[in-house]
Design a protein around this ligand. Structure first.
Ligand code: AMP
Length: 226
């Protein structure tokens, strides 16, 4: 984890959680704290959809129906992102891997670079809490900041506190898409828990607590794991 040549801490982390489990919030905080990039595949895809690129066209229907975008597309996105200079300082993967095939491809990429994962932070959140969080979530259509209508409301209804953009409900935060995302999570992503448990890198955190408690639980778990 520590690069002794330069005395710089290099962190390679995955945040694994069900949709609405708080991965974005924690990944963004850890990214600021350790000064390493947050690699958020959902955001990369949403930007591509907004720009109308080929990637966006390919991904759009999977995303709005709550399904996973095919593995080959996702693995290519990560391969390209890892080739960028900032990822040499480490990364926090937020939303990848989501299938065993993606996890195996990630292993291969890390092997090629002769580096290892430090930890996989698993935020464990019960389904009922997720349904409530997602249906009450609103996001800024400009900067992507997230709000919750009850626990983290914006200062002014419908307007982003940071950039004054318009707050919207993501199309995949509607009820039918939420159900589908949860199904995909339990059939395709949950098997990763055992995969990383077997590698001895899984850190399980109670993700149903308040944001600040989740933060300190993660910090404690990371410190103890070093
Ligand atoms: P998220 O913002 O992480 O909830 O991702 C939003 C949507 O993007 C997901 O419901 C998927 O359709 C797609 N997506 C993001 N990351 C992945 C991934 N690693 N594999 C497959 N689909 C993904």
């Amino acid at each position: 984890m520590v690069n002794h040549d330069r005395g710089i801490k290099i962190m390679r982390l995955i945040i694994l959680a069900p949709p609405g489990g708080g991965k974005g919030t924690q990944a963004s905080r850890l990214s600021d704290q350790y000064n390493i990039p947050q690699v958020e595949t959902g955001k990369i895809l949403r930007q591509a959809v907004q720009e109308g690129s080929q990637l966006g066209k390919d991904a759009k229907s999977y995303m709005s129906s709550g399904n996973l975008v095919p593995d080959e597309i996702m693995i290519e996105i990560i391969r390209n992102r890892f080739a960028e200079a900032d990822c040499q300082a480490g990364f926090i993967l937020d939303g990848f891997p989501r299938t065993l095939q993606q996890a195996r491809a990630l292993d291969k990429l890390l092997d090629e670079q002769e580096v290892e994962l430090d930890a996989v932070i698993y935020l464990n959140v019960p389904v009922a809490v997720i349904q409530e969080r997602l249906s009450r979530r609103r996001v800024c259509s400009d900067c992507g900041a997230t709000y919750h209508l009850d626990t983290k409301p914006p200062g002014q209804t419908g307007i982003c506190d940071s950039c004054q953009g318009e707050l919207i409900q993501r199309s995949d935060d509607r009820e039918e898409a939420i159900e589908q995302r949860l199904k995909q999570y339990s059939s395709k992503t949950e098997p990763l828990l055992e995969f990383y448990q077997d590698k001895g890198v899984l850190l399980e955190i109670d993700g149903a607590q308040s944001i600040s408690r989740v933060e300190s639980a993660i910090d404690t778990a990371l410190t103890e794991s070093q």
